[in-house]
Design a protein around this ligand. Structure first.
Ligand code: ADP
Ligand code: MG
Length: 394
């Protein structure tokens, strides 16, 4: 996929409307996790260095079209300033209006202004054209680096791009699209997908699309129990998404039709309840006895899955293998994370919990790409593109 990138355009003396994803957790007026702000720094620093001035915009939370003081981006302006070494970051108390326009127009090269939360106006999420027009009137050109919102046809992501001659993707979008496209277009084989976690129904669309690209599928977590149930095997009191069982059956059919290598766990760690001090041990086979709960993949499964990882040339992992939040039930997830880190092949990890697990295992820096996009990444893997990405194509 060929995107228009910030390296293709000139920005000297230009005022850029920069859409980012600063949807960070805020507590008592303080940014609790600045990962997303740091993720936008390469683009911000590049544009400033090119001699641009920046009108930066983002959403935060779900204020539903009203100004909600707790969802103000003001604390983000302060955080951004400190991350830029104390450089001044102006803050506009709205994202449009005469006052804001004046502030935007008075920006000099190298200066920036952060607009208030776009979603304080309902028109943002409605994709309203007039709203997009008013945002666009604040700048000369447009750059998007909010990958995590690109699956939405919101005004600042989609409609606004028609109102500028110059539009481009920032570094974060470029990185994300590059890694995800590599999975979809000519991945090096064998391609292994590791599927775990709990939100089965949310992920089925992505799984269906990837079935045409992968060679091997291994499963853990609630995902695995949904497949084990679909095979009509006993799963005891394990958590399962009953509504997704027909979909799992469909996927098994497809897997067989395509002659893919497919595994549910050979054994499980089972517990009498979900707690660190529960009675728990490994089963001898791939079923779970009555009244017991499957909480992690067992040691035989770990061994088999590590063998799959060692054979793979491309790996995509979404969803932990067990209830990794509890140390006793985190062993399967940790073992796979370490094995992927050691594999030294192209690896992509998506999903908030999967990323947390990889960080916990201390191998994040050995993973080729860690998705920042959440729902947007999954939808890209399902459809091969996103509305907000389509409009940035060359
Ligand atoms: P991600 O955020 O990586 O996409 P999910 O949100 O789909 O992953 O799933 C993560 C959650 O799944 C974790 O909270 C984990 O405890 C839970 N989980 C994994 N295995 C099991 C299991 N066997 N039973 C219950 N919950 C599980
Ligand atoms: Mg999750």
């Amino acid at each position: 996929m060929e995107l228009k990138t910030i390296e293709d355009a000139g920005y000297a003396g230009k005022r850029v409307f920069l859409r980012v994803d600063f949807n960070v957790p805020i507590e008592k007026g303080e940014v609790k996790d600045d990962t997303r702000i740091r993720a936008a720094l390469p683009t911000i620093e590049y544009l400033l260095k090119q001699g641009a001035s920046l009108v930066i915009s983002s959403h935060l939370g779900r204020p539903k079209g009203k100004a909600v003081p707790e969802m103000s981006l003001k604390p983000v302006a302060e955080k951004l300033s400190s991350l830029l070494g104390g450089k001044e970051v102006g803050f506009a108390s709205d994202c449009m209006g005469d006052e804001v326009k004046k502030s935007a127009q008075s920006l000099k090269a190298g200066e920036m202004l952060l607009l208030e939360n776009l979603r304080f106006h309902g028109e943002e999420e409605e994709g309203d054209e007039g709203f997009a027009r008013r945002l666009a009137s604040l700048a000369d050109c447009y750059v998007n680096d909010a990958f995590g919102t690109c699956h939405r046809k919101h005004a600042s992501i989609y409609g606004i791009t028609k109102l500028f001659d110059s539009t481009a993707a920032g570094y974060l979008i470029q990185k994300e699209v590059f890694a995800l496209s590599k999975l979809l277009e000519n991945p090096e084989k064998p391609f292994l997908m590791i599927l775990g976690g709990a939100k089965v129904a949310d992920k089925i669309g992505m799984v269906k699309n990837l079935l045409g690209k992968i060679d091997t599928l291994i499963t853990g977590g609630v995902m695995a129990y949904t497949f084990v149930q679909a095979k009509n095997w006993e799963i005891g009191a394990s958590k399962v998404e009953h509504d997704a069982v027909p979909l799992a059956k469909e996927i098994i059919k497809e897997v067989n039709k395509r002659h893919l290598e497919f595994h549910t766990p050979l054994d499980h760690i089972i517990a009498d309840r979900i707690s660190a001090d529960s009675h728990h041990f490994a089963t001898e086979r791939g079923t779970v006895p009555k009244n017991w709960i499957g909480v992690d993949i067992g040691p035989q499964a770990v061994e088999e899955y590590i063998d799959c990882i060692k054979r793979a040339k491309t790996i995509f992992w979404n969803g932990p293998m067990g209830i990794y939040e509890i140390e006793e039930f985190a062993k399967g997830t940790e073992a796979l994370a370490k094995a992927i880190g050691e594999a030294g092949v192209f690896s992509v990890i998506g999903g908030g919990d999967s990323i947390a697990a990889v960080n916990k295992a201390g191998v994040a820096d050995r993973i080729s790409h860690i998705c920042t996009g959440g729902g947007a990444s999954l939808e890209f893997l399902e459809k091969g593109t996103l509305p907000g990405i389509e409009v940035l194509k060359r």
